[in-house]
Design a protein around this ligand. Structure first.
Ligand code: LHQ
Length: 260
């Protein structure tokens, strides 16, 4: 259905695959608009209760396609591209109501790193490598990287990684809290999908509200955070999944959540 992104759903999990392998899945106009549409489709797809984002071939995503006219045409304003392509996409990903997991299968650079950071969780192949990349070509961090990275690693390390543009390993990424799980390369996709399938059979409404609590309470005062928890607990407490969870607990059974 899309030109630069593959979309498939299995066992409640939508797998979105960046599909420009001959270009290290570097991002052009087609890829940003296809990926936006693919996330929109996953959001509307009742059979999808979790998303996995990965890359075709040997890389995850090398960031903006530097061979694209954008990097060469001096009449183009980068702000337009950042606002209209990247910002819309990153905001869409961040607001996804179902869990989104990046399966980082190889090189992950610049705006490609931004895509991984905009996911809720990151699982990486043990041979994946990462770089902020922007400063190496004289640019500043975009696609949400300046926002997400310091939240994961702290201000000092975020500045170091952004200023140097140094390549770092998946192992370092895990030690610094960027990557949740490190997996053997040949097991990455299957293991990430298995984890996503588990989430897809969980209490979807509670998961959606949990994501909002974690994000919105990051910059809240304690009274605001406590009040938001109370409001959201009220909503979760009215779901069929809450009743199912309590029933299953009383009967010492595994709950069968339906996501409603
Ligand atoms: C690529 C790319 C690439 C095209 C590797 N494009 N061909 C937003 C808005 C507006 C404007 C600009 O930017 C942005 C945001 C951004 O994303 S800026 C950052 C853009 N990305 C980069 O600067 C990353 C550049 N690439 C790299 O640093 C390395 O290639 C990585 C670390 C990704 C992979 O390293 P290696 O595994 O050593 O591979 P390689 O460097 O040998 O690359 C393999 C091929 O892929 C090579 O082509 P070739 O024909 O020689 O085999 C590269 O030219 C090509 N390639 N990245 N972004």
């Amino acid at each position: 259905m899309f030109e630069a992104v593959l979309y498939e759903v299995e066992a409640g999990v939508a797998t979105l695959t960046l599909n420009r392998p001959e270009k290290y899945n570097a991002i052009n106009d087609q890829l940003t608009s296809d990926l936006y549409a693919a996330f929109k489709r996953a959001e509307a797809d009742a059979s999808a209760r979790a998303v996995v984002l990965t890359g075709a071939g040997r890389g995850f995503c090398a960031g903006q396609d530097l061979g694209d006219r954008l990097a060469l045409d001096e009449s183009l304003r980068l702000a337009d591209s950042v606002r209209e392509r990247y910002n819309l996409l990153i905001a869409k990903m961040h607001a996804m109501p179902i869990p989104v997991i990046a399966a980082v299968n190889g090189a992950c650079a610049g705006a490609g790193f931004g895509l991984a950071l905009a996911c809720d969780l990151r699982f990486a192949a043990d041979d994946a490598k990462f770089t902020m990349a922007f400063s190496r070509i004289g640019l500043v961090p975009d696609s949400g990287t300046s926002y997400f990275l310091s939240r994961l690693v702290g201000v000092g390390r975020a500045l170091e990684l952004a200023w140097t543009g140094d390549i770092f390993t998946a192992d370092q990424a895990q030690q610094w809290g960027i990557v949740n799980r490190l997996l053997p390369a040949d097991e990455l996709l299957a293991s990430t999908r298995a984890f996503a399938t588990q989430l897809a059979s969980g209490p979807t409404v509670a998961y959606r509200l949990t994501k909002r609590l974690i994000h919105e309470n990051f910059s809240a005062t304690l009274p605001q955070a406590l009040e938001r928890e109370a409001e959201f607990q009220d909503i979760a407490g009215r779901t069929a999944d809450f009743r199912e969870g309590v029933r299953a607990f009383a009967e010492k059974k595994t709950p069968e959540f339906r996501g409603e």
